[in-house]
Ligand binder design. Sequence first.
Ligand SMILES: CC(C)(COP(=O)(O)OP(=O)(O)OC[C@H]1O[C@@H](n2cnc3c(N)ncnc32)[C@H](O)[C@@H]1OP(=O)(O)O)[C@@H](O)C(=O)NCCC(=O)NCCS
Length: 170
Amino acid sequence: MDSESKHIGREYCIEGVISCYQIILRMMVHRLSRRQIPSVMELARSTLTEIYSPSTFIAIQEQCPEGCLVAAEGENVIGFIMGMETKPGKGKILMLAVRPEFRRQGIGSMLLKSLLRQFTVRGIFSITLETRANNTAAMAFYRAHGFEVKKIVPKFYTDDTDAYEMCKSV
Ligand SMILES: CC(C)(COP(=O)(O)OP(=O)(O)OC[C@H]1O[C@@H](n2cnc3c(N)ncnc32)[C@H](O)[C@@H]1OP(=O)(O)O)[C@@H](O)C(=O)NCCC(=O)NCCS
């Protein structure tokens, strides 16, 4: 690579970083709307290893709209989280994903904290989730938020991968 192309490469890189930050500044966390479900499904399909049917997303959103949150810039979905009450006082995180180019910028944390706030105002103080035993990023993320591994659930996923059940009391 000559010096000119190196220079151009860096400009592209800086522009990319600036546009990421501009989007984050305009990004908001709010409830998932019906019209955002296709974007959320697409993000889930491209980032989560389990495949969920459209009816799953619609059912969760109808059953627990306050537990379905998106981080979005306008209609542009950058991340989402879905959770619901499973028993009185107990909640579960069902799905969480952030677009790869926006990771490690606090968006997953923002979504998780927003959901935990929704849970606590509804009297939910015990939260669980399952994550793939080989998903080191998710494990590190949840540990950073005070979740602890409670047990291994053998062959939890459709491809027979084990899950770690993690929990947190707030
Ligand atoms: C897990 C996920 C949602 C995290 O989202 P994110 O926006 O990158 O998370 P944050 O930037 O808020 O990270 C908060 C902290 O979690 C930890 N963390 C997050 N990603 C990590 C990684 N890849 N490796 C190690 N630690 C990580 C760090 O402590 C981080 O703080 P730091 O960046 O100051 O070090 C994201 O990696 C993702 O979408 N993964 C694919 C889908 C998935 O696995 N979902 C979970 C299914 S259970």
